[in-house]
Every structure is written in structure tokens, then in C-alpha cells.
Design a protein around this ligand. Structure first.
Ligand code: IPE
Ligand code: IPE
Ligand code: MG
Length: 244
């Protein structure tokens, strides 16, 4: 191949992100449109989540971070919060979700506000999938980007106080190492369906150079086809990271 060989569209489509973040939004509106209770939207959204995880793993995505419940979502009616927590429990009880698929499951967010039972199931899933060699799946539960940065700051301040660290030693890499995603590549692509154009506190630190794709589709309707559309758009983006 000569040096001026033209890139074919099928080559471009292979520029895969290492790490995809997805804000699973629009469940409530999906249910409302059908005259169903909001929890039915979450239940359909959970099915979409499993399908998208399987697909990402199959096509060779290294990291997928899925936003399931934010630090702000506690503001919702108790029965909706309960329904979401129940779905998470069901997902984790169904061990096939992480055993057969060779997916390494991790959880990011503040566990202290979650029920003991849920936390135990989360720890089981992490332990049992620790040896998986496929995709790493981060499920964000009671996750907030600001909360994560506050925790990182506190932890470093503690180390300074103990004399183990000088303030001048603190750099970006050290901050990164204090995040829930320590050791992972930053997200290359963040997808937000549902027609909203905001981050809603998702991966604030890690998304400095992420490409955002906002899509006018509700999460329960999201399919691997929509993901492929987003991947094709991503492949056509010109990432400069501040360079020329
Ligand atoms: C996302 O769907 C799920 C969670 C935030 C847990 P929503 O429940 O926010 O759906 P909409 O935005 O009300 O349609
Ligand atoms: C973001 O969606 C959180 C999750 C998808 C888990 P929200 O529905 O909570 O976001 P806002 O309130 O529209 O910003
Ligand atoms: Mg929403």
C-alpha cells in the first residue's frame, strides 16, 4: 500500500474507542409514552443495558462505564428509588450476567448509602469476575463526578496531614489514581441518549478529552445499531488533544 492510500469507510469504522461511557437516560419518558409506571421503563432499560454490555464485549471494547444511579437520583420518589435498587439486585443475582460473558464487573460510586445486601452482591460480582479477561464494565451506582473529586481531595489532604505527601507533589496522575477508575484509560466516547445535552455529573475528571455524542432516542429503545451509529460518528471525529 502506498503512502497515499485512501482510507476506506470500513477502516474508519474500526477506529474503536478504548473506553465508552453511557448515560442510560430516558427510561421514565419511555414508560410515560406508553402509559406505564416509570419502573417499567427502568426494567426495559435494564434489558437494554445487558444487550449493550454483551455487544461492546463482543466487538472488543476494553472499558464500558454505565451510569445507573447518580448521587442526585435520591431526590426521586422512594418507590422509584426502591424499584431501581431492586432491579440492580436482580441483575446481580443473575450470576450469568458476569460469569459466562468473561466481563470483569466493577462498581464506581459511594457504597456507604446502599443496602448491605446490595453491597454484598456487588462485592460478590467483583470478586467472581476479577479474573475475567474480556471487557471491564464499570457500573456507576450512587456515583457523582463532584463527589468523586471531593473524595480524592480529602484522601490527598489526609496524606499531607500525615506527612506522607508534600502539596507540591500532587499532580494530575496522582489525582487520577484517587478516582474510582484508577488504572483505567479515560473515556474516549460518552454517549447520552434521551435528547438531553448535559453531563449530569458523569465522569467529570475523566472526560476532559472525551468525545460526546448526544442522541435523540430513549435508552430503552437503544440497540446495538444505535451504538454502531455512534461508533461511526466517533470514528470520523478529529481528536487533537489541544495540538494541531
Ligand atoms: C434514567 O432514566 C435512569 C435513571 C436516572 C436511574 P430516567 O428515569 O431519568 O428517565 P427520564 O429522564 O425521566 O425519561
Ligand atoms: C443521569 O440522568 C443519571 C443517570 C442516567 C443514572 P438524570 O435523569 O438523573 O439526569 P438529569 O436530571 O436529567 O440531569
Ligand atoms: Mg432522566
Amino acid at each position: 500500500m502506498g503512502m497515499f492510500a485512501k482510507a476506506r469507510p470500513e477502516d474508519a469504522a474500526r477506529v474503536l474507542p478504548n473506553h465508552i461511557g453511557v448515560i442510560m437516560d430516558g427510561n421514565g419518558r419511555w414508560a410515560k409514552k406508553r402509559g406505564l409506571p416509570r419502573r417499567m421503563g427502568h426494567s426495559k432499560g435494564a434489558k437494554t443495558f445487558k444487550e449493550i454490555c454483551r455487544y461492546c464485549n463482543k466487538i472488543g471494547i476494553k472499558y464500558l462505564t454505565a451510569y445507573a444511579f447518580s448521587t442526585e437520583n435520591w431526590k426521586r420518589p422512594q418507590e422509584e428509588v426502591d424499584a431501581i435498587m431492586e432491579l440492580l439486585k436482580e441483575y446481580l443475582q443473575d450470576a450469568h450476567n458476569y460469569k459466562d460473558e468473561n466481563i470483569k464487573t466493577r462498581f464506581i460510586g459511594d457504597r456507604s448509602a446502599l443496602s448491605d445486601e446490595l453491597v454484598r452482591l456487588m462485592e460478590d460480582a467483583e470478586r467472581e469476575s476479577a479474573g475475567a479477561t474480556g471487557m471491564t464494565l464499570n457500573i456507576a451506582i450512587n456515583y457523582g463526578g463532584r463527589d468523586e473529586i471531593v473524595r480524592a481531595a480529602r484522601s490527598l489532604a489526609e496524606q499531607v496531614k500525615n506527612g506522607r505527601l508534600q502539596p507540591g507533589d500532587i499532580d494530575e496522575a496522582m489525582l487520577s489514581s484517587q478516582m474510582y477508575t484508577a488504572g483505567q484509560d479515560d473515556p474516549d466516547l460518552i454517549i447520552r441518549p434521551s435528547g438531553e445535552y448535559r453531563t449530569s455529573n458523569f465522569l467529570l475528571w475523566q472526560s476532559a478529552y472525551a468525545e460526546y455524542i448526544f442522541m435523540d432516542i430513549l435508552w430503552p429503545d437503544f440497540t446495538p445499531r444505535q451504538l454502531e451509529r455512534a461508533l461511526a460518528e466517533y470514528a470520523g471525529r478529529n481528536r487533537r488533544f489541544g495540538g494541531v
